[in-house]
Design a protein. Sequence first.
Length: 192
Amino acid sequence: MFLVVGLGNPGAEYVKTRHNVGFTTADAIADEYKFSPFRNKFDGLIAEGRIGKEKVYLLKPQTYMNLSGNSVVKAASFYKILPQNIIVIHDDMDLPIGRLKVKMGGGSGGHNGLKSIDAAVTSNYNRIRIGVGHPQGGKEDVVNYVLGGFSKTEAQEVAKIIEFVVNNISVMIDEGLSAFSNLIGMAIHKNI
């Protein structure tokens, strides 16, 4: 059993922002794999279904990014899902737009959603990092940047990455992080 968490902020004003690529990916996974409708539970929206051989719960915390861990720990505790079976999908400013990386554990990289999950659960969970690029200015530009939208070209690049994640998430669930990482490596050579 797995818990796949897409990070984002609730509310229509955040829908197409950089910070919400986790929500967007979760919605695409739910559509592709015919999950149940999302329902309110665990301070989030949760849906259930199957990916590959596994039962999967798909969670979109509704606590705003800074408190995402509250929702994740409630769902993981209720379903008795271990950290190694938690996959968090999030935006990553350290990666350029159109890039994708996965890893187990590590630091938050300044991402408030990850900081919250690290504090509530542990840092030893799987992360799918979707590149959203970095603002040109200083730290004061970061909030406006992550809460801003993509250009048309950027949106097309990010859509390709989300499609790749949706089409291959079963590999990560059934075969593990290394197998998924190998697919990313092969896709980079083919230019996703």
